[in-house]
Ligand binder design. Structure first.
Ligand code: SAT
Ligand code: MN
Length: 597
């Protein structure tokens, strides 16, 4: 396949250690994909779905103990502990290699080792970075073929030893010996004992965020946990926005939104460039340009339906892999909670047990058929609103950057940062309620700076400084920075803002701010919309209700300031002075809330 000695040595090393029966190089061809699919069907690793209703689609269940990212088993193995920082787990690289090698010894006896050459970003583009993933899972191979650009051409493009080494084995899915290790200084990822998503599709979180964020820091660019979308205005001009939200907070839905009638009738359109990861660098004209390094969507299934996200649903209608949803053996289709009101009456749940819509557990509680973090892996080219710039070599110029989280109370629907430095502060103090995308408790508020808490491959204090430095580089061309919160609740705990397509109304205000076409109220936390400036046509929402979710409450923000101060203490000397000053300024502005001058 290749004469590159660095690649051959890398493969030989793990072949010797893991001792597979066979080694298969993946070339990205249709015929090889078909052969592997047939093999995975024959062994039961995947189930072929109804070829008429869901052509080319497959169904897979992971082990019950292996359904989400495992943050407590994820390590940054930098040479110096200090460089992993206070927000990452750290292991000494030597110790980590030894520990994982011991677990991996002979783990592929009786199995095949697959060698996947892949590109993050369009092959040959200035943004592209290459990797080789070793795995013993056909499921991983088939997912990587959708999520990245897998091709033997990548082997030709790799220059010497400049590629990311990804080593994965399911071993025996032992939770106690599950490790997801990143070695930023070695361009290496080592993942054992999982078969799930972000733990094993090493191009995604491990490479395109953890390793790439480190590379970006060293090379002067940024790898961010952001969707990228384009809004085409009636005059044909398209503006691009990147938005960071924690996992399972609606990035895919926002990236693919269909605007309400009052916008579509005027000719507005939204295009998807990416739904999860953005690589951003300074480009022509001094602006920041973004690309989506992925080639598919690994979206949350539950809640995806014809109303909430028709584009995502269309993406999943062919050549898609469904993981941990409900399987209907009667007609070879799949189902999940929130898809429609017609669950299959006799089905198999995500655990592999017989399931009906009336299934209850020992306590009489309804059993969910799909795991809350069940997923679809769909090719980007299936997306009806895929941006014509999806394959762009130079990326799309960013007009605005949005940070957002799930906050029942504190953050208003939307506000704009005063400037780049304040915007970095707004990103740094982001907090959000946890979701099922990671193992552990759900619904607990935690700080998640720039939605990168689980994905930053180096010291978060250095990461903040990197953001500030990028701002200096782009100066007046910097995108404007905003914060949004779709998740404010009322006294009964119900969401006040309808979300989904209606979020266009907020994006519209954001673009108007970027064009200096609309005024705003200067508050303690940033520029908040005047209630009359958010379009409500066609939405059954009284202005007073909108005003209520634009409010900035003194008591809440006083607590918030105290909480941020505590969070910032973690970073010690590494916290940039700029952020300390920003916090001080916020504190004094919050104190003045309600006081007339
Ligand atoms: O990390 S995954 O790719 O499994 C999904 C996510 O958490 O965003
Ligand atoms: Mn994500």
């Amino acid at each position: 396949m290749t004469q590159n000695q660095h690649i051959l040595d890398f493969v030989a090393k793990y072949q010797t250690l893991m001792n597979p029966d066979n080694v298969v190089w993946i070339d990205g061809s249709k015929s090889q994909k078909a052969t592997l699919t047939a093999e995975a069907i024959a062994t039961g690793e995947v189930i072929k779905l109804n070829n008429k209703l869901l052509p080319g689609c497959l169904y897979h269940r992971t082990a019950v103990n292996d359904v989400a990212r495992v943050e407590n088993r994820t390590f940054i193995c930098s040479r110096e502990k200090e460089n992993a920082g206070p927000t990452n787990n750290w292991m000494d690289p030597q110790e980590a290699y030894e520990k994982l090698d011991a677990i991996a010894k002979d783990c592929m006896v009786g199995r095949t080792m697959y060698i996947i050459p892949f590109s993050m970003g369009k092959i040959g583009s200035p943004f592209a970075k290459y990797g080789i993933e070793i795995t013993d899972s056909i499921y991983v191979v088939l997912n990587m073929i959708i999520m990245t650009r897998v091709s033997d051409k990548v082997l030709e493009k790799i220059d010497g030893d400049i590629f990311v080494r990804g080593i994965h084995s399911k071993v025996n899915i032992d939770e106690e010996n599950r490790y997801i290790c990143q070695f930023p200084e070695d361009n290496t990822i080592y993942s054992l004992n999982s078969g799930y998503g972000g733990n094993v599709l090493l191009g995604k979180k491990c490479f395109a965020l953890r390793i790439a964020s480190y590379q970006g820091w060293k090379e002067g660019w940024m790898a961010e946990h952001m969707l990228i979308l384009g809004i085409q205005k009636p005059d044909g001009d398209t503006k691009y926005i990147a938005a960071a939200f924690p996992s399972a907070c609606g990035k895919t839905n926002l990236a693919m939104l269909i605007p309400p009638e009052c916008y579509t009738s005027k000719g507005y359109k939204v295009f998807t460039v990416g739904d999860d990861i953005a690589w951003i660098r300074k480009g022509k004209g001094g602006q920041l340009y973004a690309v989506n390094p992925e080639n598919g969507f690994f979206g949350v299934a539950p809640g995806t339906n014809i109303k909430s996200n028709p584009n995502a649903l269309t993406c999943t209608q062919k050549d898609t892999i469904f993981t941990n949803v409900v399987y209907n053996p009667e007609n070879g289709t799949v189902w999940w909670e929130g898809l429609d009101k017609n669950p299959p009456l006799k089905a198999i749940d995500w655990k592999g047990n017989p399931w009906t819509p009336n299934s209850v557990d020992a306590n009489g509680m309804k059993i969910k058929g799909a795991h809350p973090n069940s997923r679809f892996t769909a090719p980007a080219k299936n997306c009806p609103c895929l941006s014509p710039e999806f394959e762009s070599r130079k990326g799309v110029p960013l007009t605005a950057i949005i940070f957002g989280g799930r906050r029942a109370k504190a953050a208003p629907l939307v506000y704009e940062a005063f400037d780049w430095k304040h915007g970095v502060f707004v990103g740094a103090v982001m907090a959000s309620e946890t979701t099922a995308a990671a193992a552990g408790a759900v619904g607990v508020v935690r700080h998640d700076p720039m939605a990168m808490l689980p994905f930053c491959g180096y010291h978060m204090g250095d990461y903040f400084q990197h953001w500030l430095d990028i701002g200096k580089k782009v100066k007046t061309h910097a995108p404007r920075i905003f914060n949004v919160n779709w998740f404010r609740t009322d006294a009964d705990g119900k969401f006040i803002w309808p979300g989904y397509g209606e979020n266009m109304r907020v994006l519209d205000w954001i673009l108007k701010r970027c064009e200096n076409a609309v005024d705003a109220d200067e508050t303690a936390i940033g520029y908040v919309p005047k209630a009359n400036d958010i379009e409500l046509e066609g939405l059954n929402m009284p202005r007073e209700v909108l005003s209520s979710i634009l409010s900035v409450d003194k008591a809440t923000w006083t607590d918030e300031v105290a909480d941020i101060s505590k969070f910032f203490e973690k970073f010690g000397d590494k916290l940039p002075d700029v952020l300390t000053k920003q916090l001080k300024a916020l504190k004094s502005r919050v104190k003045k809330i309600g006081k007339t001058v």
